[in-house]
Design a protein around this ligand. Structure first.
Ligand code: ASP
Length: 292
């Protein structure tokens, strides 16, 4: 059987007050998201379906800053961003500043597959998604307290048995952001990128720095044009983010099935699943993958 790989992240940051209970809960959700993607990939499903399935689980979990668990902006409202990209066709879709969609990642996929556009924002994005059957939620659906500081975007990247790469990212953005602020996650090339010739990437961290360094595309470009390894390329790009004063992390997988999950912040929630049957998680920066 040909090899497949999936990685998910649940955001990078300081991660203060990580109680044993929250740690257990987060690892369980990350594992569940990988299991969901693995159930697609292990039966010959496509990487795009796998990353969307994984991100949807985490959006619904309420445990991370995306979907139900999205943080609030300065005015106490939720404004979410999400993107998907298919490395085979380089077809991409994204939504930004949406407030009443249950699963922004599904709306992003609808934009990719059912519209001639790549990025739709705010009311227009919601109207389009609802017209195509997306689920609506009211403000009470979101479970984060108004002034939560959690900053744990979610994302997934995968390689399927056909050699196709895909990436998806979804977030509530930065806590207390100005209304209307859009981060890196829904910007193709900044927070999300996939190309079968190189790699699939999903980033997390202070989005403004990942926009200014065009981070996800920069990992791809270093592979394609400078022939760096995935790990060298990812380290290089995170160094560039740091050199501007930013911090965060990224997950990526290349066309050969090599993978990285790196962060410059003290922690990044992450998990990996592979065709050899392993599902592993890690949270702290230098923590090795754990099987429990
Ligand atoms: N990158 C996201 C944003 O800036 C936030 C995060 O990853 O925590 O919107």
């Amino acid at each position: 059987m040909k090899r497949w790989v999936v990685l998910v992240h649940g955001g990078a940051g300081e991660i203060n007050n990580l109680t044993p209970e929250r740690e257990r809960n987060c690892r369980q959700w990350l594992r569940k998201a990988v299991e969901e993607a693995a159930s697609v990939l292990s039966v010959g499903g496509r990487s795009l379906d796998a990353v969307v399935a994984a991100v949807r689980i985490l959006e619904d979990s309420g445990a991370f800053n995306a979907g139900r668990g999205s943080v609030r902006n300065r005015d106490g409202l939720v404004e979410m961003d999400a993107a998907v990209m298919d490395g085979a066709s380089r077809c991409a879709g994204a939504v930004a500043a949406v407030s009443s969609l249950r699963n922004p990642v599904l709306a992003a996929r609808l934009v990719a597959e059912r519209s001639p556009h790549v990025l739709l924002v705010a009311d227009g994005a919601e109207a389009f998604a609802f017209a195509h059957g997306a689920d609506h939620v009211s403000p009470e659906y979101f479970c984060t307290p108004p002034f939560s500081n959690a900053e744990d975007t979610i994302g997934a990247v995968a390689l399927d048995i056909y050699g196709n790469l895909a990436a998806a990212t979804s977030t509530g953005g930065m806590a207390r952001k100005l209304p209307g602020r859009v981060g890196d996650s829904p910007l193709i090339g900044a927070g999300t990128y996939a190309d079968n010739r190189s790699c699939a990437v999903s980033t997390t961290g202070i989005g403004e720095y990942f926009i200014r360094t065009v981070a996800a595309y920069s990992v791809h470009a270093r592979l394609l044009w400078a022939q760096l390894s995935l790990e060298q390329a990812a380290r290089n790009v995170l160094e560039e983010v740091s050199s501007l004063g930013g911090s965060g992390g990224l997950i990526a997988v290349d066309a050969e099935g090599n993978s990285v999950a790196l962060c410059t912040s003290p922690a990044m929630y992450r998990a990996i699943g592979t065709s050899d049957g392993h599902i592993l998680t890690a949270i702290f920066r230098d923590e090795p993958w754990r099987a429990d």
